[in-house]
Design a protein around this ligand. Structure first.
Ligand code: ADP
Length: 455
């Protein structure tokens, strides 16, 4: 087992990993930028190393600085967390070349799944159903037009290097295709340094269903059920729940088994998530994330399995401690992402926390690095925490979430808690009847209503 793990991340996820390490009696080093010197993970870790100034490029993305910190502190493994370098093939390769263990998959798996066109090819060959669209990269708008006509408008133009909903544009007609194509490509080039795009049919009412998987280096792989992440704004997840209210037990087994089978065939090691769109009873493969996922706690709640613990165990070469038939799903879990942003305008709201009180009692979990007097820096992601609840039934879990949200006090900055409370009151959400476009439609309806009141 590892003696010391360096955590190359920040915020709540760095803290989540520190906590798992403490329970495994593994020492921790948290690296940080100057802006994060007072971060909770830095305070809780055994050691910390400042690796650069505020901009991520000079700190959290600074590979030589991270490797130097690992060497200086005698760490034997590096956990990349989520975002930053977690899906960076070069980083993974360099970590291993310098004699550390990368807590994640191999560089080849990262490379294969990081290029979405290659990922789709791989998954097609393994038998996963895909969204109709281009077989690979689309070179220009003319080629795009041919493909769009074949699969029918509207279509979605997507970046092969995409992530976080960036480099994604809808084209509803021939006229729109040309400008959407160049906008997607330009945005992708700016965000990822790679302007290559591909095209998919734009589904009108799908749900986002993803399967948690884990594989070890001994040829074992299992799935840990699905998460429904259809409550989204700007292609970004806002609320996640499991099990999905939309799946039958047969559909759940079918897609779970298929995902686990793919992981086995790929000889994938570590945790991963296979994302699908689900429409009219059919699954379509979207992408595979080769890392821990923000919403992993809801899976932990219904399976009782600590995913970070297992991730570290398989990285250390241990076989999985459970087989598929050992995994039991119990009750219902929901996660609300807590963002430092205005609940109506969504403008980021960094600043000093003047009062903080976290909710509690059975079935309530708060994954957050916030504390009284902490200053949320303006330079990073607006996610400042996650509120997770677990209960016997979906209705009980939603009641519990409402109670926990209304108990949660975060003063000094704006958060999206009021938005979560509004969503929870919607009868359609309560009934589990929503798809990936539902929240945007609800927000538009509210906007129209407040415009009318104003005039
Ligand atoms: P990213 O890697 O940028 O997050 P994904 O491919 O995972 O991109 O898609 C993110 C979200 O965008 C999905 O959860 C879904 O809401 C929406 N989306 C992606 N592809 C389609 C599609 N073909 N039709 C409709 N919505 C889509």
């Amino acid at each position: 087992m590892f003696h010391k793990i360096l955590i190359a991340n920040r915020g709540e996820i760095a803290l989540r990993i520190v906590r798992a390490c403490k329970e495994m009696d593994i020492e921790t080093v948290v690296v940080h930028s100057t802006a994060d010197a007072n971060g909770m993970a830095v305070r809780m870790a055994d050691e910390s190393v400042c690796i650069g100034p505020t901009p991520s490029r000079q700190s959290y993305l600074n590979i030589p600085a991270i490797l130097t910190a690992a060497a200086l502190t005698n760490a034997d493994a590096i956990h990349p967390g989520i975002g930053f370098l977690s899906e960076n093939e070069e980083f993974c390769r360099m970590v291993e070349e310098h004699g550390f263990t990368f807590i994640g998959p191999t560089p080849d798996h990262i490379a294969k799944m990081g290029d979405k066109a290659v990922a789709k090819d791989t998954m097609r060959a393994l038998g996963l159903p895909l969204i109709p669209g281009s077989p690979g990269i689309v070179k220009n708008a003319e080629e795009g037009l041919k493909i769009a006509k074949d699969c029918g408008f509207p279509v979605l133009i997507k970046a092969v290097a995409g992530g976080g909903g960036k480099g994604m544009k809808i084209a509803r007609s021939e006229e729109e295709l040309k400008s959407a194509f160049s906008m997607a490509s330009t945005e992708a080039k700016a965000a990822f340094g790679n302007g290559d795009v591909y095209i998919e049919k734009y589904l009108s009412h799908p749900r986002h269903i993803e399967i948690q998987v884990i594989g070890d280096t001994h040829g074992n792989a299992v799935h840990l059920g699905e998460r429904d992440c259809s409550i989204q704004r700007s292609h970004q997840k806002v609320i996640e729940e499991c099990p999905s209210p939309a799946l039958s037990p047969e559909q759940r087994n079918y897609i779970g088994e298929l995902a686990a089978e793919c992981v086995r065939k790929m000889e994938y090691r570590g945790v991963g998530t296979m994302e699908f769109l689900f429409e009219d009873g059919k699954f379509y493969f979207l992408e595979m994330n080769t890392r821990l996922q923000v919403e992993h706690p809801i899976t932990e709640m219904i399976t009782g399995i600590d995913l970070v613990h297992e991730q570290i165990m398989v990285a250390a070469g241990h076989p999985l401690a459970f087989k598929q038939q050992d995994i039991r799903f119990s009750g219902h879990a929901v996660e609300c992402r807590l963002n430092a942003e205005h609940p109506e305008t969504f403008v980021p709201s960094p600043g000093k926390i003047t009062r903080y009180h976290a909710p509690g009692c059975p079935g309530v979990r708060v994954d957050s690095a916030l504390y009284d007097g902490y200053t949320v820096p303006p330079s990073y992601d607006s996610l400042v925490g996650k509120l997770i609840v677990h209960a016997k039934t979906r209705e009980d879990a939603l009641m519990r979430m409402e109670r926990a949200l209304s108990e949660c006090i975060i003063e000094g900055i704006h958060t999206n808690i009021p938005l979560h409370l509004r969503i929870l009151q919607e009868p359609e959400f309560r009934a589990g009847q929503y798809n990936i476009h539902w929240l945007e439609k609800l927000l538009n309806k509210h906007k129209e209503a407040s415009k009318k009141v104003a005039s």
